[in-house]
Design a binder for this molecule. Structure first.
Ligand code: 5AD
Ligand code: SF4
Length: 487
């Protein structure tokens, strides 16, 4: 767990006999100190450890939020359970596509059964899904065993909610429509000791017509550069070598700050931090990726040779209806500029298939972009209707059978370019960060190249967290088998 010393000091200075302070983060420090007391007492009473489990759905943003939740639970004295059969169970949800919602409800139903056999078990649901009223109503009606529901804007108050949940029965619900502030200095756990995500902006102002995110994550807010840099320095001092800067659209970073700071400037500053070996960012919008950012990536070897540039569609007609603010030709020109400026860069993308009104002619355009740019990889999604978004009201929704036929066409094109791009690296020796013991075969270590591709190498757990020189021997489609070579 990353110790933010400032926050630790706050906790140590807390007097639990005085009322909780109004100021943040002092208030959360007070509640966390109280939660820690409660947990200690309950462990003693039960004669065993108390456990927690956080189940995360969705994107990197949610993964980072879960680390914040885990940081609080660990500091309160819970230890991590191997399954959902735990004393404090949290579902951090996603609502970007309908199947994510359905999965959560399925899991929640099973958690209710677990709770019957585990007296005192608490179940919390948070994240994007509960920012939608209908989902909260459904939980209130059909999942009455849930103890706590809290939204994305008030996550910083989790210590307070945790404490209240431990001390009371019944369902506690706290959802806000918007964020009131960004609270710094709260503790966060890390899934990996050697890499971490860092938020640079929260929320989104783009309102792509299919997307629910602006409604559930609110307007764009940037963290102050000094707060981001301080966190990155602290992470580096803790042994982190790779940092991912996170925002719904990183290009708009800093525009809302009193002293504006561009994303390119921020990137350059982060590159200066000693100890960091690799810097990633996610996600830049194609409409406003600046030449400055491309130049900073080109000139800083620490920045990963990978740009994830969501295309969504290659058809001008559909792009317009999606409210994306670029054309097919503009996208291709941008991708080609990136490839020309940054040798060995990989460009990956997101594509939505089956947007209202989309037909095979539009898909021809999308496939044309896939082939012209030569994506190194792509996440292809079937369009999912999200209530409250403009696209949900468009009359010409596409029948499922057509969606699935068009999806297969796009997927095949993507696989062809991705295989080709990976294949041409065979035989090269590249730097790779060893991330974990291979899940299928423990004699192998899985490492990640700067371009985000994975390579499995024979090795042992002591290599995890180290930067290796790896020869890419054998291409298996999207990934490699390789061998570690001496520098
Ligand atoms: N349906 C399908 N895919 C979607 N995405 C966002 N909203 C939807 C939707 N309604 C995809 C986009 C985005 C990625 C995170 O999820 O491709 O880039
Ligand atoms: Fe992330 Fe979007 Fe899902 Fe929210 S809705 S968790 S922002 S992918």
């Amino acid at each position: 767990m990353m110790k933010t010393n400032y926050f630790e000091n706050l906790i140590n200075e807390i007097d639990l006999n005085s009322p909780p302070p109004e100021n943040e983060p002092q208030r959360q420090a007070w509640y966390l100190a109280r939660a820690a007391h409660l947990v200690t007492a309950r462990k003693k009473e039960a004669g065993r450890d108390l456990t927690f489990r956080v189940e995360t759905f969705g994107c990197q943003m949610n993964a980072r939020d879960s680390e914040k939740i885990i940081g609080i639970l660990e500091r309160a004295g819970f230890s991590e359970a191997a399954s959902e059969d735990a004393d404090f169970l949290v579902y951090n949800t996603c609502t970007v596509r309908d199947n994510a919602d359905q999965r959560v409800f399925g899991r929640l139903g099973r958690a209710g059964h677990l709770k019957r056999n585990r007296p005192g078990m608490k179940i919390a649901v948070c994240g994007c899904m509960v920012q939608e009223k209908t989902n909260v109503e459904k939980i209130q009606k059909s999942y009455r065993f849930v103890d706590l529901i809290f939204g994305t804007h008030n996550l910083y108050r989790f210590a307070e909610y945790l404490c209240n949940t431990l001390e009371s029965e019944g369902m506690q619900i706290e959802i806000w429509d918007r964020a009131d502030r960004i609270v710094e200095a709260l503790p966060a756990a890390r899934k990996y000791s050697f890499k971490s995500g860092t938020n640079i902006t929260f929320g989104c102002n783009n309102f792509c017509s299919y997307c629910i995110v602006p409604y559930v994550r609110g307007r764009e807010r940037s963290r102050a550069p000094q707060d981001i840099l301080r966190e990155c320095e602290q992470l580096a001092a803790d042994g982190v070598v790779e940092i991912m800067l996170l925002g719904q659209n990183v290009n708009s970073y800093g525009k809302d700050l009193e002293t504006p700071c561009s994303f390119a400037q921020l990137l350059e500053e982060v590159c200066r931090i000693e100890g960091l070996k690799r810097i990633r960012f996610m996600t830049p919008h194609p409409k406003d990726l600046s030449d400055d950012v491309i130049r900073v990536v080109r000139d800083n070897a620490k920045i990963a040779r990978h740009i994830h540039l969501p295309l969504q569609s290659g058809s001008d007609r559909i792009l317009k209806r999606m409210n994306r603010h670029y054309t097919k030709d503009q996208y291709i020109a941008l991708a080609q500029k990136i490839r020309a400026q940054i040798p060995d860069v990989s460009i990956t993308t997101d594509i939505i298939v089956g947007f209202p009104g989309e037909n095979d002619v539009d898909i021809d355009d999308t496939i044309d972009v896939v082939r012209t740019v030569g994506f190194d990889n792509a996440f292809t999604f079937i369009y999912s209707k999200r209530a409250g978004t403009p696209a949900a009201k468009m009359p010409d929704q596409v029948p499922e059978a057509d969606k699935s036929r068009m999806f297969d066409r796009v997927l095949q094109a993507v696989q062809e370019t991705a295989h080709g791009r990976a294949q041409h690296l065979t035989g090269r020796t590249m730097e790779a960060l060893a991330e974990e013991v291979n899940v299928k075969d423990s004699r192998y270590i899985t490492a990640r190249l700067s371009n985000n591709m994975l390579v499995h190498v024979p090795g042992d757990p002591s290599m995890v967290g180290k930067m290796l020189q790896v020869r890419l021997d054998d291409c298996r489609g999207f990934y490699f088998f390789g061998t570690v070579v001496e520098k």
